[in-house]
Design a protein around this ligand. Sequence first.
Ligand code: RIB
Ligand code: CA
Length: 310
Amino acid sequence: MTRIPVWMDCDTGTDDAVAIMLAHKLEEIDLLGISTVCGNTVQDNSFLNTHRINELMGTAYPVYRGAEKPLCIPLVTAEYVHGVNGLGDVELPLPKNMEVRQESAWDALYACAKEHPHELRLVPTGPLTNIAIAFTKYPDLPGLLHSITLMGGSAGPGNITPAAEFNIFADPQAADIVFRCGAPIVMCGLDVTTQAYFEMEDLDEMAATGSKAAVFVKAILMHSYKVLAKYGVKGFCMHDSCPVMYLAHPELFAGEEAGVAVETRGTITNGKTVTDLYSDKQFPFTNALVILKVDREKFIRILKSAILSI
Ligand code: RIB
Ligand code: CA
């Protein structure tokens, strides 16, 4: 099997952690590197948490530190969902011999894209700050990538405001740069990621096996349980696993090509990904495949299997 070269950019948080585990275990995926961005939590936590996930999995995926703050707005975190430490305030040890790489996220991503011209799949699962910096410093980078398959945005309602999804809202200017970059984009927004959820029974069933990874996943997700129940959110949405799963199993998903633009000056709608999916008036461009559906039963079966095999 020809494995798919992948680079993840994460604000390692709870569902980012699960997405990294999935990328590690899917045989179709060749995870070449992980860069970290501020978002769910501050950069220090995103960076160290990603190393912690390496330790949990017994892996040594290269980890590269990225932006400390968004391009031009103050940092907004989601600690109310992911905990102060980004992993549901669950303690997890760092690797004993943690390799701290000095290259920045954007320099390392560019180097990897040049080593895999037109093959590298970029998978951002947090705010798009690092990607925007990379595209600004290296204007030829979008043309070097195979595609960008991201978790972010929504054609429908938001989750951090009624209009906007968190990853886009946290750095709208960065998202605007990315959606205009010209590389093929697959947008896994809330439209599909809210269908890809664990129920409590799923977490209990996995943890009951005694699997270290499953016990950890349940523990880190429990922090959000109390918060999300208050908002009436159904289950534990594995938002960030969607773009990873799409690359290996696109047959589980359905979507439509559309024009997508990011609102960067709104007050009520700031950070909204405006699509022309449902409007008579179309944008004069089509820049993304907007994913709208997933076969939840098969998605959860594959994700459970991946976690239990760590
Ligand atoms: O809106 C969901 C997204 O925001 C996910 O990537 C989650 O990790 C948070 O970053
Ligand atoms: Ca994330």
